[in-house]
Ligand binder design. Structure first.
Ligand SMILES: [Zn+2]
Length: 335
């Protein structure tokens, strides 16, 4: 009990911290709880340490696949990472594969509605999916017979999966889960490659060093991309996804798009379109996005459960308040 709260677990941070504080299995520890954050272990009560105690040795081999575990050297901080990772590449390691799949369907990646982390894990265990491309080849007949699924939920899943078969190159690159390639780097890479084919061709051209010319891409990223492309399974995944998906080329921003000189802000949840997607849609059409309601804002797009304060401020400033449909109409589109 701590401040009237039962504490069942506390964070240990990392390997270095455990070594430094000499925390061992079976130890009695002093726990601190600061604010509402997860309590953390302050120190060990050595008087209460059992006579026979052993240090916890971090595995030098991945418990899942047996590959060597490594602590990477961080080029930016010039320090060795605190986190120990499995060094396998591709889909060799089961644990990494599952995480890769979760990342693939996540919000900023393919953003597939109704395909959350738990479902990915379930499908994995049932061998319904192993690689990202399997998501687009799901056996819906089999899923329909599973506990908790019915024809309606299967129809919904099928719909949201099929809806995401068209994807921008930047999202696609991000979704691959290449180490050190986050959203920003994926965007930079997509602008460099323009098309999926050119990106895929990197495995043949091997022009990795060219990537160093991209402002924002450094050696850490290039090494990581190189190791991604030198793995056969990754190349097969790319190949198959390229067959199934429609990966849009990067289009230069229109100089005189339909949204020229117009600024936008979104509040609330939109239907089937993420924040990142709407942002690129606005930017592709020469519009700009702003982060707060002010005189500079032209349109406030409201979705489900909008922030009331934003809506009221917009009303006070007589800013146009529109919904998703009205926004898409501005682009001559419908959802
Ligand atoms: Zn592993």
């Amino acid at each position: 009990m701590l401040e009237g709260v039962i504490v069942s677990n506390a964070t240990l941070h990392n390997e270095d911290e455990i070594q430094r504080k000499d925390i061992r299995i079976g130890d009695t520890v002093i726990v601190e709880r600061a604010g509402d954050v997860i309590p953390h272990i302050l120190s060990v009560d050595f008087d209460k340490r059992p006579k026979i105690s052993t240090k916890f040795i971090f595995p030098i081999k991945c418990p899942s696949c047996g590959s060597k575990t490594v602590k990477e050297f961080n080029n930016v901080t010039k320090k060795i990472d605190a986190v120990r990772r499995c060094s396998s590449e591709g889909y060799y390691c089961d644990k990494i594969s599952i995480e890769k799949l979760k990342h693939f369907v996540s919000k900023d990646a393919f953003n597939i509605d109704g395909l959350g982390k738990k479902i990915i894990e379930g499908f994995w265990k049932l061998k319904l999916i192993k690689f990202p491309q399997d998501i687009f080849k799901l056996n819906y007949k089999k899923i329909e017979k599973l506990d908790g699924w019915g024809s309606l939920s299967v129809e919904n899943l099928k719909y949201s999966v099929n809806q995401k078969k068209t994807v921008s190159l930047e999202r696609f690159i991000f979704s691959l889960g290449i180490r050190h390639i986050g959203l920003e780097n994926a965007k930079l890479l997509s602008k460099h490659f323009i098309s999926f084919l050119k990106f895929q061709n990197l495995s043949k051209s091997k022009n990795y060093n060219d990537l160093l010319n991209i402002d924002g891409i450094g050696e850490t990223q290039v090494t990581s991309i190189k190791s991604f492309f030198s793995n056969e399974i990754n190349l097969k995944v790319l190949d198959e996804l390229g067959e199934i998906l429609e990966i849009r080329n990067v289009v230069a921003k229109k100089q005189n798009g339909l949204l020229k000189n117009k600024s936008f802000l979104v509040t609330g949840k939109l239907n089937g379109i993420s924040r990142a997607e709407i942002k690129s849609l606005i930017e592709e059409n020469s519009g700009i996005t702003v982060s707060s309601v002010s005189n500079k804002l032209n349109y406030l797009i409201i979705g489900e459960k909008p922030t009331r304060r934003k809506v009221e401020n917009a009303k006070d400033l007589k800013i146009n308040i529109i919904d998703q449909e009205q926004f898409l109409k501005m682009l001559n589109k419908t959802s």
